[in-house]
Design a protein around this ligand. Structure first.
Ligand code: UDP
Ligand code: MG
Length: 172
């Protein structure tokens, strides 16, 4: 996992409206099969993130070769692909201020055995592969990955009713 970069807000600014981001999360077969869907979704909701899209999908080799293009030549790729096709997954589009880095931090290090307690992987996994969730690692990749898993009309732009109590006016 690369280092995380958070923006710092200029609290003198009256209103900033360009920090809303949407990121892709996949609840992997290790999450679905262990019946942790509700628990993981709950974590994102509790944090104050907005669920902008959500659907169950069965992945195939073609989408996994694209999604894990940086890993296709690694010896563990066949096992990784098999683990991601072992059951349906749940794809989520999650929105919030700086959502990409916030969700990535909630996810924790790749290997669940070294991921910090309090992170999803650190609380629910013991594996470098069966590690419960995927989360986009940059704003650029989030856009690419959202387009891979969602049609535009499957991502919803509604305003969260609690918005004014989740962010200060100069943060959103
Ligand atoms: N993975 C694996 N073995 C490894 C490294 C990664 O099976 O040695 C799997 C693991 O499920 C991981 C995914 O490949 O989540 C993508 O790897 P990446 O390095 O992008 O980690 P992530 O971004 O998921 O933390
Ligand atoms: Mg990755």
């Amino acid at each position: 996992m690369p280092p995380l970069h958070f923006q710092t807000f200029n609290s003198d600014k009256v209103f900033i409206d360009n920090n809303m981001e949407t990121t892709l999360v996949l609840l992997k077969p290790s999450c679905v099969q262990r019946q942790l869907i509700g628990e993981i979704v709950h974590r994102f909701e509790r944090r104050g993130l907005r669920i902008a899209g959500m659907k169950m999908m069965q992945l195939d080799e073609a989408i996994l070769r694209e999604h894990y293009a940086h890993l296709v030549d690694r010896p563990f790729f066949p096992a990784l692909a098999a683990s991601m096709m072992a059951s349906p997954i749940v794809a989520m589009a999650i929105s919030g201020v700086e959502a990409v880095s916030v969700v990535r931090a909630m996810t924790g290090y790749t290997n669940g055995r070294v991921a910090d307690p309090g992170t999803i992987r650190g609380d629910y996994s013991m594996s470098n592969q069966q590690n419960i969730v995927h989360a986009s690692d940059s704003i650029e990749n989030a856009a690419i990955e959202l387009a891979r898993f969602f049609r535009p009309e499957e991502i919803f732009e509604y305003e969260s009713a609690t918005l004014g109590f989740i962010y200060a006016t100069n943060e959103r």
